[in-house]
Design a protein around this ligand. Structure first.
Ligand SMILES: [Zn+2]
Length: 175
């Protein structure tokens, strides 16, 4: 059932976008991540790093097969990004992928930076701006950091340009 649902929303397109944005915005430095689309209460998306390999092996195999890059899958913690399936009913591709990039930045910080779990700190906010997303605290709009932080796409910023490039290739998250 799970797999049926995933193929229905074309999760392979999310991987295609992840790989593209990884190259464009992170110089390809981000490792394999388990990308999912599931209903989540409240959040648009979340990032999770799980220390042990406690995930469904058949699922991982399936992902590795699709990626045809077995080496990226066999060691290290499982890093998971979950996008809320609700996003696919009322958000544009550009907005959904900006949310994906927001989560990719949490992953980046987990590996290369100094994250504060459940928080968006100054390092995270600085990197967000550098890649073209302006962070905004959802309760205190003058702040860029905090627990609940959204973002605005900066016009002609790196993300906006990368998305334009992806779109010019005919990319669509949904068909
Ligand atoms: Zn966040």
């Amino acid at each position: 059932m799970k797999n049926q649902k995933r193929s229905h929303i074309r999760w392979e397109k999310i991987y295609e976008a992840y790989n593209f944005l990884n190259v464009e915005l992170f110089s390809g430095h981000l490792p394999f991540a388990d990308l999912r689309v599931e209903p989540c209460s409240g959040d648009y998306a979340y990032f999770q790093a799980v220390a042990d390999n406690s995930k469904d092996p058949s699922t991982e195999e399936e992902f590795c097969e699709w990626l045809a890059q077995e080496s990226v899958c066999d060691t290290g913690p499982i890093r998971k990004i979950v996008l809320n399936s609700e996003l696919f009913t009322n958000h544009t591709d550009k907005a959904i992928l900006a949310i994906l990039v927001h989560e990719m930045l949490h992953l980046w910080q987990e590996i290369y930076g100094k994250p504060l779990r459940g928080h968006h700190n100054r390092q995270w906010a600085g990197k967000m701006k550098a890649i073209g997303l302006a962070p905004t605290n959802l309760y205190w709009p003058n702040l860029e950091t905090g627990k609940f932080v959204g973002h605005r796409i900066i016009e002609n910023g790196l993300y906006a340009k990368a998305f334009r490039k992806l779109k010019a290739r005919g990319f669509k998250l949904r068909t």
